[in-house]
Write a protein of this length. Structure first.
Length: 307
């Protein structure tokens, strides 16, 4: 017998054996229901067709010789026959081009139903309902909502009491810690805390108006303690001479100039959630999945905590 057929039979037998084993081993097995039997029958047919079509072409390749008129060009001694494109190919080629244009312009991408689209529309409807239901809550209810957002999204880094877990992230029971203030004075800050690009200069841009000179190390320590102490104690003169022009005399900030460093405000928290924040403790991620109301609520919660 021809060696090729022998191989064909071996491959067929092995593939059918695998099919049989996987179907027989599956739940329900071969006797389970007709679907399994159909699957096996289909597999037998596919394997047989594949194997024998392959054999046909392998044999043909062994004996075939090319014929026809050679083109004049030869590339590294490789010639090319001037055979016309078979009609079937030409029709398929043109047909694919027409179909491609139809598909691109009229078919799927522009017009079709999409599962993701349906999902997005559905979630949009629900989000709108959510916003409508909670749009007008204020006061204690807003703070409660903020607490639940906090427990779901923030406690993993800020701790269940919002104490920052030993400096792993910001302690939100107070506006700011001395090391954060010091870091910001030394390095400047550009976290879009005001909601847009408005950086705070670093120490080379901070003059103490009282002395008329750049802020010194001792002054930085003093003013950092002053701010972290809730704007009280020593360092008040440095603050008044260096920081008050932007952050206001009481530290509560000024619109479009500098944020409040005396208290949290819902707007500040919302900006931190929208843009994220990188500082001396690390990276606070942005929270795109929270909507405006949720940001406002968690801002109200934190503002209330740090009062
Ligand atoms: C020229 C105006 C200007 C001056 C002067 C200035 N700041 Fe700022 N400060 C800003 C701005 C603007 C930001 C917000 C930067 C940002 O978006 O990251 C900021 C941010 C800060 C922050 C970061 C707040 C946070 O939540 O992380 C601290 C702390 C701070 N300033 C403290 C000071 C102190 C202390 C001084 C005085 C030594 C001072 N600033 C002087 C404009 C100023
Ligand atoms: C992956 C950890 C992580 C998560 C989650 C996280 N934070 Fe933070 N957050 C940080 C870190 C770290 C900082 C300190 C950044 C720095 O070095 O100034 C911070 C700082 C802050 C600040 C202080 C900003 C300032 O200007 O002083 C606020 C407010 C804040 N986070 C609110 C939240 C809220 C609200 C959530 C939940 C919606 C939250 N964070 C979730 C890590 C996190």
């Amino acid at each position: 017998m021809n060696k090729l057929y022998l191989w064909g039979i071996i491959v067929t037998a092995v593939m059918l054996l695998f099919t049989y084993m996987s179907v027989a081993g599956s739940e329900g097995g071969l006797n389970g229901d007709i679907v399994n039997m159909l699957a096996v029958a289909g597999a037998v047919a596919l394997v047989l067709i594949t194997v024998f079509v392959v054999i046909k072409y392998v044999r043909q390749m062994q004996t075939d010789t090319a014929e026809g008129e050679l083109a004049d060009e030869s590339w590294d001694n490789i010639g090319e026959y001037k055979n016309p494109v078979p009609m079937g190919w030409a029709i398929m080629f043109l047909g694919t081009m027409v179909w491609g244009m139809w598909y691109f312009l009229v078919g799927y991408p522009v017009n079709a139903y999409s599962q993701i689209g349906e999902y997005n529309e559905d979630t949009q409807v629900h989000n709108d309902k959510f916003e409508a239901q909670y749009a007008s809550i204020t006061g204690d209810r807003l703070i409660e909502m903020g607490e639940s957002v906090f427990l779901a999204e923030c406690k993993i880094c800020h701790g269940i009491n919002a104490d920052g877990i030993d400096g792993k992230s910001a302690d939100l029971n107070r506006r700011i810690e001395a090391n954060v203030v010091k870091f910001v004075i030394e390095n400047g800050s550009n976290n879009k805390l005001l909601g847009s690009e408005m950086p705070m200069p670093d120490r080379n841009g901070l003059f103490n108006a009282n002395s008329g000179a750049l802020i010194t190390d001792a002054e930085i320590d003093a003013v950092s303690a002053y701010v972290a102490n809730g704007m009280s104690g020593a360092g008040a003169d440095v603050y008044a001479g260096t920081c008050a022009a932007c952050h206001g005399e009481d530290g509560k900030g000024m619109d479009f100039v500098a944020p409040s460093i005396a208290t949290f405000t819902p707007e500040l928290v919302a900006n931190v959630l929208t843009y994220g924040k990188k500082g001396v403790m690390g990276q606070m991620p942005k929270f795109e999945r929270l909507n405006a109301k949720q940001k406002e609520a968690v801002g109200a919660y934190i503002t209330d905590l740090s009062k």
